[in-house]
Write a new protein. Structure first.
Length: 345
């Protein structure tokens, strides 16, 4: 782990609505330096959890977790992260079914209501609209963490993906990362690819998709210029060169809304990571997937040493613990955590 110590906690009282989030000084929040800070904290969280050591860093704080879309990993890891840190939670995984959203309440009122009724110190939000987190940030007076917005952003997923690359490959520089699957509607790819361009050095991004599901052109054109980009339509083309292959499922739920339902059968499962493909990858390459999977990631890949998607999801717990603690505790630094372990504070 690179020891680039940040003296003060740059995340305190900041929202994370996007990987492009800027702080009060108009500086990019997820800068290279700040990412190293967060990853050092994440490693500390990993040690604590693995030692079954519940922390009380957030004792006396409430976290509201509001989900308007289905989730397994992102929901459970945010709630678990709060619990491992000693915080309380009000967690609603079915906002569309059980909250006043069914009575037509809009997002600004809903966010303000949960902030008031729970005295939350931070709100975690998953919502089908691209702008949802930004709207919530405007109306809430506490930080908003975007846990997935529409087809555009999933910044905490990008953080845990990057952390996994960092841990497994020892660096997030000079990596060839191939993104495979539904890059049109998938939001995790857009956030991770952006982050690799924003904080990494010398990375190459390969977008591998059926032409109908390729990464949107306006997104591609807006990527930071330093990163190199290539386009492919078959996995074979990246098997030997990729350091990371990031598989994604076909995002069926968006097809109807975009008038593409008739193409679903034809486009679904055209790009698959099989046992044979996995074996042909570089020895030290890794396979990631945000999950859930459908047919694009065969179960036969799971026991290949390159498969990193189960530890990837565990890393979500550590990184989300680090983020929550950093957002809420102004005094959070690596030195402060070391003191905590040594019983000094
Ligand atoms: C992803 C999502 O919600 O965008 N899931 C997750 O958070 N791990 C990926 C997906 O649903 O395909």
């Amino acid at each position: 782990m690179v020891d680039e110590r940040v003296a003060a906690n740059p995340f305190f009282n900041q929202s994370l609505t996007s990987v492009k989030e800027v702080d009060n000084n108009n500086e990019v929040l997820l800068s290279r330096e700040n990412i190293f800070f967060l990853f050092q904290i994440s490693l500390f969280m990993k040690q604590a959890v693995e030692a079954h050591n519940q922390l009380d860093l957030l004792r006396g704080h409430m976290i509201a977790v509001l989900f308007y879309q289905p989730s397994s990993r992102t929901y459970s890891s945010h709630v678990a992260a709060a619990n491992w840190l000693g915080a309380m939670t009000v967690d609603l995984p079915a906002m569309n079914a059980f909250s006043s959203v069914t009575k037509g309440e809009n997002l600004p009122d809903t966010v303000r209501s949960f902030e008031q009724t729970t005295a939350a110190s931070a709100i975690v939000l998953r919502h089908p609209d691209d702008a949802s987190s930004k709207i919530a940030k405007k109306f809430a007076s506490v930080p908003i963490i975007n846990a997935g917005s529409g087809t555009s952003e999933h910044p905490t997923q990008a953080l845990l993906d990057l952390f996994t690359i960092y841990e497994r490959k020892g660096s997030f520089d000079n990596q060839t990362v191939a993104f495979v699957g539904d890059l049109k509607f998938g939001r995790t790819v857009k956030s991770l690819a952006w982050l690799l361009a924003q904080v990494g050095k010398g990375n190459k991004l390969a977008f591998v998709a059926h032409p109908e599901l390729q990464i949107p052109e306006d997104y591609l054109n807006s990527l930071p210029e330093e990163v190199s980009v290539e386009m492919h339509d078959s996995i074979e083309e990246v098997l030997k060169t990729a350091d990371v292959i990031y598989m994604t499922r076909t995002q069926r739920e968006w097809f109807e809304q975009h008038g593409m339902l008739d193409q679903l059968e034809q486009l679904d499962g055209t790009l698959r990571m099989t046992r044979e493909y996995a074996e042909r990858m570089k020895d030290d390459a890794i396979i990631l997937h945000p999950l859930p999977r459908q047919t694009e990631l065969r179960y036969g890949v799971d026991d290949n040493p390159r498969a990193a998607y189960f530890e990837q999801m565990r890393n979500g717990l550590y990184v989300r613990m680090a983020l929550l603690a950093a957002i809420i505790r102004p005094d959070l630094t690596v030195a402060m955590l070391e003191g905590l372990v040594n019983g000094k504070s």
